[in-house]
Design a protein around this ligand. Structure first.
Ligand SMILES: Cc1ncc(COP(=O)(O)O)c(C=O)c1O
Length: 391
């Protein structure tokens, strides 16, 4: 085991920031009131939830009344997709999404398909970009919803959200955006973008896990998927996770500061340093996703003739936490649907690696990761028959 620990998997999750944790702590103990109670304990908890709602709304340029707290990004995606189609199913049963969505969206569309909806899945190009021309072509008179992610969690490509929003608005179609990877990391304003619904998740921006939010533009109606006590304007029943929501609010406040103070530019500088180093010093290593239109904290690669998993294990042994695009399900290694949708061959997609930087990543961390990756790739290739016999 090495002494040095370099966490480079912030797309998977982030550590709760110290200040965020401090804001949350009282709501586990002395401020334990139920926000729905009328007494002083309840009123204080309600005030804290309302303040958090203001902060989350401010991050994305929404009104506080347009933010619904949920139990995470996956739940917000499900609420947007199932809730809006349930409300509009009499207007039409055609829905559109893309080939590179997170499973929370992909599988919600799979569920719609089973309910008798007609699902169109838009392709992407080799940089994981969705074409708005393809979207226009796919729209039919009975189309009721389009859902597209803001930025991809595996390769970081940022989509043409404003252009897609305009098309949807002109054609009277609801537009949902999974903004889990972008919110807090890419500056945007939901009013300027013109989206109808946008998903966020606290744990991707130095907040706690299990708390998320759905921006619901005023006037957009969705059917709840969790029924009960009628919290969150009746759209998400269940006693509010007060501490978690307070943490989300504090994380949103932190994100607003980071978006304004140049932290994001520094993150992008370090990301570019890693990209340059890996692609110039490792043979047959290339960047995946869009070269410029990408998340400031994410660098993803495919490394020729190697398996992502074997590189990950070696990186882990060197104290480096990264991830790969393959999901190991029931013993079979399936390459990522994102890389395959980008047109990469199975064997190339198997060699994928993702490094996602965070607010505490330093230039020394980048150098440490690059040096270790170079060494690991050389070691593994020395053992690889694939590498030795390649044509
Ligand atoms: C793009 C995207 N959407 C949705 C989710 C799910 O969010 P949560 O983990 O809060 O359920 C994730 C998490 O990895 C994600 O990256």
């Amino acid at each position: 085991m090495t002494e040095r620990q370099v966490y480079m998997d912030h797309s998977a999750t982030t550590a709760v920031d110290r200040g965020v944790l401090e804001a949350m702590l009282p709501f586990f103990s002395e401020e334990y009131g139920n926000p729905n109670s009328l007494h002083a304990w309840g009123r204080r908890a309600r005030k804290a939830v309302n303040e958090a709602r203001e902060k989350v709304a401010a991050l994305i340029g929404a009104d506080a009344s347009e933010v619904i707290f949920t139990g995470g990004g996956s739940e917000a995606d499900n609420l947007a997709i199932k809730g809006s189609t349930s409300m509009r199913k009499d207007k039409g049963r055609h829905v559109i999404t893309t080939a590179i969505e997170h499973h929370a969206v992909m599988d919600a569309f799979g569920w719609l398909d089973k309910q008798g909806f007609d699902v169109t899945v838009l392709p992407v190009d080799d940089k994981a970009l969705v074409s708005v021309t393809e979207l226009e072509k796919a729209i039919r008179p009975d189309t009721i919803l389009f859902s597209m992610m803001f930025a991809n969690n595996e390769v970081g490509t940022i989509q043409p959200v404003a252009e897609a929003a305009k098309i949807c608005r002109d054609r009277g179609i609801l537009f949902h955006v999974d903004g889990v990877q972008a919110a807090g990391h890419v500056p945007f304003n939901v009013q300027d973008l013109g989206v109808d619904m946008l998903t966020m998740s606290a744990h991707k921006m130095y907040g706690p896990k299990g708390v998320g939010g759905l921006y619901l533009r005023k006037g957009v109606r969705v059917e709840p998927i969790v029924h009960g006590g009628g919290q969150e304007r009746g759209l998400r029943s269940g006693t509010e996770n007060t501490a978690g929501i307070v943490g989300f609010g504090a994380a949103a406040e932190l994100a607003v500061r980071r978006l304004a103070d140049g932290s994001i530019d520094e993150e992008a500088r370090l990301r570019d340093l890693l990209i340059k180093r890996v692609t110039s010093s490792i043979e047959e290593a290339f960047l995946t996703g869009h070269p410029t239109q990408r998340l400031p904290f994410l660098a993803s690669f495919c490394i020729g003739s190697l398996e992502g998993e074997s590189m990950l294990l070696r990186l882990d042994a060197a104290g480096i936490g990264a991830s790969s695009g393959s999901a190991c399900t029931s013993g079979s290694l399936e390459p990522s649907h994102v890389l395959l949708a980008m047109g990469l061959a199975h064997e190339v997609a198997h060699g994928s690696l993702r490094f996602s930087l965070g607010k505490d990543t330093t230039e020394e961390d980048i150098v440490y990761v690059a040096e270790n990756l170079e060494r690991i790739v050389a070691d593994l290739r020395a053992l690889s028959p694939l590498w030795k016999t390649r044509g």
